[in-house]
Design a protein around this ligand. Structure first.
Ligand code: THU
Length: 133
């Protein structure tokens, strides 16, 4: 799948972003890296808030970084956390990512890497509203 994408580089960027996570409430740091069609890697980390529901996940933070820089076409995403099994984007992040189309997603721990796609995680996201003529 997507042989020209440097997933190792993208994963390294996600680990670096994870180092900036602001997670005083959960102590659970997450990093994400989004490869733009412009070749730029946009990074995100989770940013928590004492009003817990206002927490921004790493994946959505990366999307916001990209869009604010003028990039709306994405080639791949990496998500990392220091867990036993790789974590996958939450439902809210899947919905936000789906706004910009399908993309391969690498999910990594320190020991293990899995690859999937947004469409596999969030099927039929754009059926109807986004596909309307
Ligand atoms: N979190 C993410 O940033 N991304 C995920 O894919 C899962 C969860 C964050 C939200 C919260 O700050 C912490 O991890 C615990 O759920």
């Amino acid at each position: 799948m997507s042989p020209s994408i440097d997933f190792a580089l993208l994963t390294t960027a996600a680990w670096e972003a994870r180092g900036h996570a602001y997670a005083p409430y959960s102590q659970f740091a997450v990093g994400a890296a989004l490869l733009g069609a412009d070749g730029v890697i946009y990074r995100g980390c989770n940013v928590e808030n004492l009003s817990y529901g206002l927490t921004i996940c790493a994946e959505r933070a990366a999307v916001c970084q990209a869009v604010a820089a003028g990039c709306r076409h994405f080639t791949a995403m990496a998500v990392v956390a220091d867990t036993r099994e790789p974590i996958s984007p939450c439902g809210a992040c899947r919905q936000v990512l789906a706004e910009f189309g399908d993309l391969p997603i690498v999910m990594a721990t320190r020991e293990k890497t899995e690859q999937t796609t947004l469409n596999a995680l969030f099927p039929r996201a754009s059926t109807g509203i986004l596909d309307r003529p």
